[in-house]
Ligand binder design. Sequence first.
Ligand code: XMP
Length: 311
Amino acid sequence: MVKVDTFIEKAIAQIKEEVGDEKVVIALSGGVDSSVCAALAKQAIGENLICIYVNTGLMRKEETKRITELFGSGKSDGSGGLLVIDASDEFLDALEGEADPEAKRKIVGERFIRIFEREAKKTQATCLLQGTIYPDCIESEGGIKSHHNVGGMPSAIAFSKIIEPLRELYKDEVREIAAALSLPDEIVNRMPFPGPGLSVRVVGPVTREAIEVVREANAIVEEVLIPKYQPWQCLAALIGRGTGVKGDNRIFGWVVAVRAVYSRDGMTADPVQISYEDLAEIEKRITSTIPQVSRVCYDLSPKPPATIEYE
Ligand code: XMP
């Protein structure tokens, strides 16, 4: 990448030129990519930027609260703040029972775009700003998976322009830019979280119950591992069912896989060497607080051959 300052200057100038006097909507997830995009666009076009956060019902625990606190709730048109849209029923209804990973991504991608089109119409925005980064494009184009903001996009889009200022950058480069833009540390170092959210952390059919279970398990994994190991990414996924005994009952409960990796850019990854005590703590907290879980496993696979997410 060219020097950070040069990149920032150029990106701001380019956004100004591409957008002119039009209004732009951005999907702000609170992750580093979309936050950097929003910060660049704010400097480029000010009040013509409309930031939208969609609660898909597939977000991490407390995410919506955290984002609202970080970015502030906006005016009703989203200018100068954040427009928060609760679309969880819309997403969860559309995904109910869907087991195919690609179909999940397409459903989520499609819903996102439709919501943005709807909001854009209300606010008369014609451009969509996205925090797509280079690895998203390679993996979508290479047929590995369609990232919801790339290959998962529906073909008929009602925006005159899609602007992707980070399209040529890797994650670590985006973090450098975030730091140079003085974004809060919490955002600069925010772990990646996939656009299709927890739907791709339930292997097999999505149900509201499974999403709730994986959300709770994921929160425990993050709470135990982030302060001690600062992994590049860590997560919990539901990978199947296994028999267990809880109290006096046998259950055919969920099997939770715990994954934690170090990586530079997500293209390759190595498992974190977690101490046995910390693994035992995760297992105990998950199985004792989530009644539907019967087992917890730790995933030792590097990438390749295993991807970071399970789907
Ligand atoms: P994989 O699982 O491909 O993940 O090794 C590499 C990085 O990409 C994230 N990821 C996604 N991000 N939409 C996204 O926005 C997706 O569909 C998606 N799938 C994976 C993953 O969390 C990891 O950081």
